[in-house]
Design a protein around this ligand. Sequence first.
Ligand code: NDP
Ligand code: HSE
Length: 440
Amino acid sequence: MPSPVPAHPPLRVAVLGCGVVGTEVVRLLTTQASDLASRVGAPLELVGIAVRDVETERDAVVDRALLTADAESLVERADVVVEVMGGIEPARSLLLRAVAGGASVVTANKALLAQDGPTLYAAADEAGVDVYFEAAVAGAIPIVRPVRESLAGDRVTRVLGIVNGTTNYVLDKMASEGLDLDQAVKEAQALGYAEADPTADVEGYDAAAKAAILASLAFHTRVSIEDVSREGITSLTADDVLWAQRTGYVLKLLAIAERGTADGVEGVQVRVHPALVPVSHPLATVRGAYNAVFIEAEAAGELMFYGRGAGGEPTASAVLGDVVSVARHRVLGGKGPIESRYADLPVLPATSARTRFQVRLEVADRPGVLAQVSTVLASHDVSIEAVRQTPVTELPDADYARLVITTHAAPEHALRSTVEAIAGLDVVRRVVSVLRVEGA
Ligand code: NDP
Ligand code: HSE
């Protein structure tokens, strides 16, 4: 049966960017036009696609007549502007221009939102238009809407997630196929998961941007990317990946935002770093470019959101969901949520976070060594959960042993001073690695 023809005049949609995500957005707008019109209550008319180079070869679904290098003019003749070009400028100026002209905007640009989202939110609020950004965090996974709408009546205490598909893909390939980091990054780029500059992925900037966005929503507080303590995966070695497996863990790049206390002050801690996750934990099963976000809230308890976190099609799904929402508002009236920052919690230093650690050492293989190491830990008030000593069997002449110590939760600053003191012991040949343990 044909869909009923909506009575509302068409809504003009401009798409800024026609790369990995933009192409799939254009595909859905084109191939799903009739269904989208029925869902919105008005046809969505694609009026232009802004790109850097109009001569570049494009997917056949892209009508070349719609391509333009003049993004400024394009945003002025749109009711809905979809920004999937990335970067800070000209994306920021274009979105502000769109909003000032009365257009609703949808963006997948987490880097921009985490750096200067509040300027855009304030401009949109003043203009009475929507800013939607579901695709900016965790690709296809509905997470922005659940945090800012479904959990608006609850008190979130912690958000723990794998929010970068590229690094999850890379760590997974290192563990399962023994690929080195560079090889695995190249594969992630070829599959369209990585940012234009993959440093943003492997150094944790992309995950930090997403952590800032999630923390802002979950804790009703402005958190920018500068507030996020960040460590990427580039210092991880094949040996770290191997030892994680041997000791019952999987290495993951985690984004963590939680309520905490430092010097008696309550606030939020937001950090991104690699962590050992026990194989029994659901996050350990997240493979490839998939993402997952765990949320702990006082009334809801634990919630987990899982799905494809990167790539053109999954991301376009989230973008189109937002397009339908903002377009419906234009047809039916109303507006989506605006920035909520009433709680205004201080962002606490990440060194105040309490975490479990796994410390790997090479130590002299003789009696009394363990006692010396344990004494240092105890004198810094760091409690040991487990110790495992293994001989270096692959080197018959080796006069040292490997020691893997897992601690109970301790403040990060205490652990750092402990490791420094351990490294200074005569019996310690080398501190091989210090990794946080999460999700236990
Ligand atoms: P791409 O690099 O594949 O595409 C970027 C597009 O934007 C290209 O078409 C490019 O034009 C155009 N563009 C860039 N700069 C300009 C400019 N100054 N003026 C006009 N057009 C410009 O990026 P992605 O599609 O991968 O990512 C787009 C956005 O989506 C980013 O914000 C990214 O963080 C986000 N995102 C990406 C995901 C992914 O899996 N790839 C997932 C979730 C979010 P041209 O083609 O001519 O070079
Ligand atoms: N580069 C990002 C990632 C894209 O790998 O997760 C999705 O935001």
